[in-house]
Design a protein around this ligand. Sequence first.
Ligand code: SF4
Length: 703
Amino acid sequence: MRQTTASTCCYCGVGCGVLIEHDGERILDVTGDPNHPANFGKLCSKGATLHLTGDLDARAHYPELRLGKGLARARTDWDSALDHAANVFAETIAEHGPDSVAFYISGQLLTEDYYAFNKLARALVGTNNIDSNSRLCMSSAVVGYKRSLGADAPPCSYEDIEQSDCLLIVGSNMAYAHPVLFRRLEAAKAKRPEMKVIVVDPRRTDTCDLADLHLAILPGTDVALFHGILHILLWEGWIDRDFIDAHTNGFDELKSMVRDYNPAMVADLCGIGVDELQTTAGLIGTSKRFLSLWCMGVNQSTAGSAKNSALINLHLATGQIGKPGAGPFSLTGQPNAMGGRETGSLSNLLPGHREAGNASHRAEVAEYWGVPALPEAPGLSAIELFDAVRSGKVKALWIACTNPAQSMPDQQKVHEALVACPFVVVQEAFFTTETCRYADLLLPAASWGEKEGTVTNSERRVSHVRAAIDAPGEARADWAITCDFARRLETLMRPSQASLFAFDAPSAIFEEYKLLTAGRDLDLSGLSHELIDRLGPQQWPFPTGSTHGTTRLYGDGVFPTDNGRARFLAEQYQAPKEKREARFPLTLNTGRLRDHWHGMSRTGTAARLFGHVEEALLSMSGDDMRRRRLLDGQLVKVRSRRGELLIPVHKDDSLRPGQAFMPMHWGDRFLKGMGVNVLTLPDFDPASKQPELKHAGVEVEKV
Ligand code: SF4
């Protein structure tokens, strides 16, 4: 019988509601949920084709184990698989200590999955070696929000996009990466053409089609641009002195620093005209409601945190925060990167937006969990973690719902790490990913439409993700796999004590987790799965007793810092790590296509999604191609300091000379040589530890 189950799209951070049509065994169709406040029934090409991506041939159906690196994996049962994993982890921890094991998880897990993994790593194993692929995505925004505003809390809502007078979109091809939100912006601009849209991006993307002004800055010069805008705002008197005096600290130091960022110098450094810079500052400085949106072009940089702070400075200097249509608003890449940050799923965090390096935060969580203490030693962030695997410090690695053998920068080193690691567990729905090749133990996981829990989208809205059908074969929900393993490990590490993982459903995990957020900036204590079902998706904070969520933060001008004041950050512009030089004269940018998601484990199974772009291409300007005598469609070799790959080249004059672009999606399943990330660099921002995936120096030559 045909049935409908309301759920949430599993791709991007917009968090659209979907209605899954199914017969109890197969998903037959997907439409937008008209009642979901993120999308009001709209879906993009990815969300609307979710029902076409259920290719069972690509799915992992049974646990598979190998007992030696040279052997093929063989099918096994869950008891044998998890007992073996528990024995290996217990022996490794006993012999080498808790930091000899690590967990690398994903912004695509559900909040309940994340919480189970965190408790496993910190409370049971006793390590902070748990990091997430969100490190590659939003960690610079996390640092930016925390340093400037006091908490990792995006203050705005999607409705602010419709209410703004001036939008600054930086480092985001929103038309491809957050399509439904972009449609909302298009509709708002059609209704109010006087709304100004400025796009800052080295490439002329489809997002620029909506822009009144496109600033094609040179890659990585964002901090100089933002300081240059502030210089003009100060010169013209377009700042809000009352707001600065009443609600902020640190303005004088910043003011003195940006004196040096005069328009001529900034325009030259950024590769734009002085008039463009002045127009931008004028639009920002004279608009009543100024909103900024940003994504990976800002975050994936060795200066990612400084870029975030410099952008937030513009809002604090103009008082453009905490009111309708105004504020700094990061667009979250993954569907539940927010939930990961909330549950503490970066190595430096703890549940409830706490810090692993803060002794009283550790004590609070340890007491709540009923364990003597949480580990003090800092955990490893993504790049550090795979370096530690490669050097032999980490000897057992558990990877869940992510594909680091395709998505991490400097792929050759990641492959060496995975080959060298004595025991690799991969918990994954699709056995086709590059990472599965390295699994000593492959655990089949349930996927979208087959599992239940919650996710938080970019505007702090928590939605209920529901299961429509059973997972194929013996695949199980991620939280269930994690808790089952944890209980087996408990019998070896803390026998005859009450289990820390006596959960029988995701709702039970949520009930335990939410109380750890009580009194914190993200207070979720008033929420439950049942309440979301009754009242619909809600925005945090939602403390106990609430009847509705919180649309906007900081409307009272009070910030969650020690003294209630926001902070201006004065950090100088730093150039990208790799300078252009004769051997590698092109800067390689990477990014999304409209119809694909990450490493294409799901979208790669739907033929229709290859209609927009059929194959991986390297895009270059016509000038750069002529200089190298390259023809459109010709196979070329792309080299960086770290590796090389073969790929057809495509003439694209949306790029300035000196720049090249490749989509992030294709790994070595599709390309000759390794995937795009064999070229990218592992250097990371010192504060956020987010790697610089956007600015690799490369050269391109005929094959
Ligand atoms: Fe899914 Fe994002 Fe598209 Fe919405 S915009 S349907 S969440 S991919």
